[in-house]
Design a binder for this molecule. Structure first.
Ligand code: SF4
Length: 490
C-alpha cells in the first residue's frame, strides 16, 4: 500500500468529506490508496502506530483548525520513528500563512487550496518521479465536471452511524472578512443532476440525514427548489422513514417560491443554519458583510411562524466596532424573533481572512494558538471577553440544550442578554466551572439563582420540575426521528 489519507475529525460521527473527495479522484493511484480517520483526543502513539501499520510511502493529512495542534504532534512523532514516510499536508488551516506554521516546517509537501487534482498528481511524482522540486504546490481548481463525486465512498457503517456531509456547490460570492469563504469570491455549482443521482443512491442505501456544507444554499433559487423537491419526494414516498436535511442559508434572500417549498416540509425534516453574525449596520460595513437587516428579521420571523424548519441562528461577538451594548441589542432582537437556537460564537481569526486589516484601529488581540479566538479588542477588554465566552458556554447548556424551556423565559425576563449575563456571572462565581457541570447540578443552580433573584423556592422548584417532566421544548418542537435526532446531536 502506497498512500494513506488521514485526518483527525472533531468527533467520530463526523465523516470527512474532504478525504473522500481525494480518494475518489486518485485515478490510477486509487487502488494503492487507503483512508483512515481518527478522532481528536486519541493518543498520539496509537495514531502513529496505526498509520504505520499500513506501511505507507506517503501519508496525506487533512489539516483543519480543530486538529492542527494534535496533527503537528502526530507528524512530529511519525517523522521521528519513520523518517522515510513522506508527509503531504492539505486543508484550509495550512492553505494560508503557511510558511510560519510548525506543521508545515516538519512536513515534506504542502498543497494549498483545492487538492482534488493536485494531490494525485503530486503523489504520482513522488512515487514515480521526477521528484517534485517545490515543497508548496498551489492546488489547481479543475472544472467542476472533472471532479469525481465521492459519495459512493461512504460505507454502510458511515451511512448507519455518522453524519453524511454533502455539497451541491463550493465557495461563496460574499466577502465577510472574518470568513475563509470570503476568499472564494464566487460559488461553483456541481452538475445538479449528477449530484442528485448520488443523493438518490445514498438514500437507497439507507441514508436519512443529509448535511449540506454549501455556504449559501439559497443562492440559486432554481437549484435550491430542485434539491428541496428531491427531499419532498422522498418524504412523500416514505412518510414512515423520513429524510432530514440541513442547509446553511443567507437570511435576507427568501423569495416566495422558496418559502412555498419550505412550507411543505413537515416537522422534523428540515434544519437551517442561518448566519446573522451582527445586526449592527456599522459593524456589517466594517467587515464587508452585506445584509438587509429588516429582510433578514422578517424572514426569520416567517420561518419561525410559518414553517416547521428547525432554526439555528449564528451571532458573533468580538467583531471590530461591536460593543457589548450593541451586541446585546442584536442578541435581544434575535431572541425576540424566537429561533430554536442562537449559536453565540466568539470571533476567531482564521488564517488568510482579511479581518486582520482592522487590528490596529480596533485593537484586535487574538490567541496565537488555534482556534485563534479573540481575547480583547478596543471596545471589549479581556475580562469582559471572558464573560462573553462563559455566556456562550452556559447559553449552550441552558438555552440551546432545550432542557429549560419553561424556566428560560423567566430567567431571561424582558431583556434576554442582560439577564442571562447576570446569571452567567453568578453561575461562574458560584461554580468556578464552565464545563463538566452535570445536568442535576445545573438544574439545582438555576433553581438557586431564581430564588436568589427573589422567586419563591417552591415556585422555582415547581418551574424546573415542569421542564424535567417532559416539557414541550423549543428544541423538540420539531423533533427529528429518533435515529436522526441522535445523529444530529453529534
Ligand atoms: S459568512 Fe457566510 S455569507 Fe459571509 S463569506 Fe462566509 S459563507 Fe459567505
Amino acid at each position: 500500500m502506497s498512500i494513506l489519507l488521514t485526518t483527525l475529525n472533531a468527533r467520530y460521527t463526523h465523516a470527512s468529506l474532504g478525504l473522500r473527495y481525494l480518494l475518489a479522484n486518485m485515478g490510477e493511484l486509487q487502488e494503492q490508496t487507503r483512508l483512515q480517520e481518527f478522532v481528536i483526543g486519541a493518543k498520539t502513539t496509537e495514531i502513529v502506530e496505526r498509520i504505520l501499520a499500513y506501511s505507507p510511502r506517503i501519508v496525506g493529512f487533512g489539516i483543519y483548525i480543530w486538529n492542527v495542534e494534535e496533527s503537528t504532534k502526530v507528524i512530529a512523532m511519525l517523522k521521528r520513528v519513520a523518517p522515510h514516510v513522506i508527509v503531504v499536508l492539505g486543508g484550509p488551516e495550512v492553505s494560508y500563512e503557511s510558511n510560519e506554521q510548525e506543521i508545515v516546517k516538519i512536513s515534506d509537501y504542502l498543497i494549498t487550496g483545492w487538492g482534488d487534482v493536485t494531490f494525485p498528481k503530486l503523489c504520482g511524482e513522488i512515487l514515480n518521479g521526477p521528484k517534485p522540486l517545490m515543497k508548496t504546490h498551489a492546488g489547481v481548481q479543475p472544472p467542476m465536471a472533472d471532479i469525481k463525486l465521492p459519495y459512493s465512498l461512504y460505507t454502510d457503517d458511515d451511512i448507519k452511524n455518522r453524519t453524511l456531509y454533502v455539497e451541491a456547490s463550493r465557495g461563496c460570492p460574499f466577502k465577510c472578512e472574518f470568513c475563509l469563504s470570503a476568499l472564494d469570491k464566487t460559488a461553483w455549482p456541481f452538475a445538479l443532476d449528477a449530484f442528485l443521482a448520488e443523493m438518490e443512491s445514498l438514500h437507497a442505501r439507507g441514508a436519512r440525514l443529509f448535511k449540506f456544507v454549501d455556504r449559501t444554499f439559497n443562492l440559486n433559487i432554481k437549484t435550491s427548489l430542485k434539491i428541496m423537491q428531491f427531499f419532498l419526494d422522498k418524504l412523500e414516498a416514505n412518510p414512515d422513514d423520513p429524510v432530514y436535511a440541513h442547509f446553511e442559508l443567507v437570511p435576507d434572500h427568501l423569495p416566495d417560491a422558496l418559502k412555498e417549498g419550505i412550507s411543505k416540509f413537515p416537522h422534523g425534516a428540515l434544519q437551517f443554519e442561518i448566519g446573522i453574525q451582527s445586526f449592527n449596520p456599522a459593524v456589517q460595513t466594517l467587515v464587508s458583510r452585506k445584509q438587509d437587516n429588516q429582510k433578514a428579521a422578517d424572514n426569520i420571523r416567517w420561518l419561525t411562524e410559518q414553517s416547521h424548519a428547525h432554526m439555528h441562528v449564528d451571532l458573533i461577538a468580538g467583531l471590530p466596532g461591536e460593543t457589548v451594548e450593541s451586541f446585546a441589542e442584536g442578541f435581544n432582537k434575535l431572541w425576540a424573533l424566537n429561533p430554536h437556537e442562537i449559536q453565540f460564537g466568539i470571533l476567531k481569526r482564521l488564517r488568510g481572512t482579511p479581518i486582520i486589516r482592522h487590528t490596529q484601529e480596533y485593537g484586535l488581540v487574538f490567541d496565537p494558538y488555534a482556534p485563534y479566538t479573540i481575547l480583547a479588542n478596543r471596545d471589549i477588554d479581556f475580562a469582559t471577553m471572558q464573560r462573553l465566552v462563559r455566556f456562550a458556554r452556559y447559553w449552550d447548556l441552558v438555552a440551546n440544550s432545550g432542557r429549560f424551556t419553561n424556566t428560560l423565559p423567566v430567567l431571561l425576563g424582558d431583556t434576554a442578554f442582560e439577564h442571562f449575563m447576570a446569571f452567567s456571572d453568578w453561575l461562574y462565581a458560584n461554580t468556578d466551572a464552565t464545563h463538566r457541570i452535570a445536568l442535576e447540578r445545573l438544574v439545582a443552580m438555576v433553581g438557586k439563582y431564581l430564588h436568589v433573584r427573589g422567586m419563591d423556592k417552591l415556585d422555582a422548584e415547581a418551574l424546573l420540575a415542569s421542564d424535567y417532566a417532559g416539557p414541550k421544548t423549543k428544541a423538540v418542537e420539531t423533533p427529528a426521528p429518533k435515529r436522526q435526532a441522535r445523529r444530529l446531536a453529534a
